[in-house]
Write a protein that binds this ligand. Structure first.
Ligand SMILES: NC(=O)c1ccc[n+]([C@@H]2O[C@H](COP(=O)([O-])OP(=O)(O)OC[C@H]3O[C@@H](n4cnc5c(N)ncnc54)[C@H](O)[C@@H]3O)[C@@H](O)[C@H]2O)c1
Length: 361
């Protein structure tokens, strides 16, 4: 299989490392607008051909049916390479967040459908981890009773992309290049995880806020206009019209307490875990007769893949027609709609509903 990387930055390297673990041989090519980035990349992976432009790379050889283009540039540069890749007759796996806005995401999907090729999003990175599969198993067992409330709170004190994390990539801080802050950065994983766990047909977002707490480490002389904290009340609606209330918070910078907590309350028991930490236990809290006890739930087995391997693993399986957890087509676009609807809800204080395509779940 051939994989064409657009962008020779941090995340492209993880896709190259991921390919080594797959049961299919992958040949890479890479394009970047920066010769310096290509030279750095070539120093680590000297056998991978480099190109100074996307069009030049895509035109360098005829497309094969299973060719994949991974768009691994900042969000402002997701649309054009994606359209060029589909026009060249190749599948596209796009880094998260899918696009800058919903109109762009829809153009991507339209191009995919026209080309008869798959559009996937790397937001699938955290799906299939043992603790999440464990939570799904407990939910399915019915031991929790009727579900009525969940907390989904992930707040770092200081882990802002472009400042504490990957400070060389200042584009994270500039909304004209990133499309937004922590919601665009982590929201794709949050919504992929929430829909994986609860499979809602729609979500109402209300009471939303976005904020940018000030710190003494804020950089001078660079555009920094994105939020680093966000939250909302989510109401997840299932196929039978039942609602689950979710307290959602996500922050890469907060003046509050650092906190990573996912808790699901049912009428018979509750479950708590750390949403993105597969080493932390999943704890069942239940009344066994002598009072409430806490029990660590046996975890599902761990697969030999890391969160950096999953996007390519699932997408190559999808391209090959194998079972997969890829986030594809309409569903990938709907997930992205949720992010933009969140911003809309924060801006106007209203309730915004997003519905989810189920066909490619
Ligand atoms: N860094 C991470 O940990 C991480 C994790 C998951 C996902 N992502 C996502 O991956 C994408 C890329 O992030 P990154 O951290 O690798 O960024 P980066 O800053 O390390 O690299 C981005 C690269 O894209 C290149 N580029 C910009 N415009 C281009 C264009 N039009 N054509 C070709 N190349 C272009 C830049 O020159 C640069 O080399 C983003 O969407 C990001 O959200 C990053």
């Amino acid at each position: 299989m051939r994989v064409y990387l657009v962008g020779a930055g941090v995340i492209s390297r993880t896709h190259v490392e991921a390919a080594a673990k797959l049961d299919v041989d992958v040949e890479f090519r890479v394009a970047d607008v920066s010769r310096a980035m290509l030279d750095d990349f070539a120093a680590v992976y000297p056998s991978i051909p480099t190109f100074d432009g996307v069009d030049e790379m895509l035109a360098s050889e005829p497309a094969a049916d299973d060719d994949i283009v991974i768009v691994a540039t900042p969000p402002f540069a997701h649309l054009e390479p994606t359209l060029a890749a589909f026009a060249s007759g190749r599948h596209v796996l796009c880094e998260k967040p899918l696009a800058m806005n919903v109109a762009q995401a829809e153009r991507m999907l339209e191009a995919a459908n026209k080309a008869g090729k798959l559009l996937g999003c790397c937001s699938v990175r955290f799906r299939g981890l043992p603790h999440t599969e464990t939570v799904k198993r407990v939910i399915e067992s019915g031991v929790l009773g009727e579900l009525y409330h969940a907390s989904f709170v992930n707040k770092w004190f200081r882990s802002r992309s472009g400042i504490e994390y990957q400070p060389q990539s200042r584009w994270f801080l500039d909304s004209s290049r990133s499309g937004g802050g922590v919601l665009m950065d982590w929201g794709p994983y949050d919504i992929a995880t929430i829909t994986d766990l609860f499979d809602p047909v729609s979500i109402d977002i209300s009471g939303a806020f976005v904020a940018r707490p000030r710190t003494t480490a804020d950089p001078d002389g660079v555009v920094f206009d994105v939020e680093t904290a966000a939250g909302a009340s989510l109401s997840l609606i299932d196929g039978d019209g039942r609602r689950l209330a979710v307290d959602f918070q996500r922050a890469s910078g907060t003046q509050g307490e650092e906190m990573f907590r996912a808790e699901l309350e049912g009428t018979d028991a509750s479950l708590r875990w750390k949403a993105f930490d597969s080493q932390a236990p999943v704890i069942l809290r239940i009344d066994r007769g002598d009072g409430v006890v806490e029990e660590i739930v046996d975890p599902e087995p761990r697969e030999p893949y890391s969160v950096f391997d999953y996007p390519l693993f699932h997408f190559t399986n999808a391209v090959r027609g194998l079972a997969n957890r890829a986030n594809l087509g309409e569903r990938a676009v709907d997930h992205f709609r949720w992010i933009r609807a969140f911003y809309d809800a924060a801006a106007d204080g209203g309730t915004h509903r997003v519905s989810f395509a189920r066909a490619s779940a």
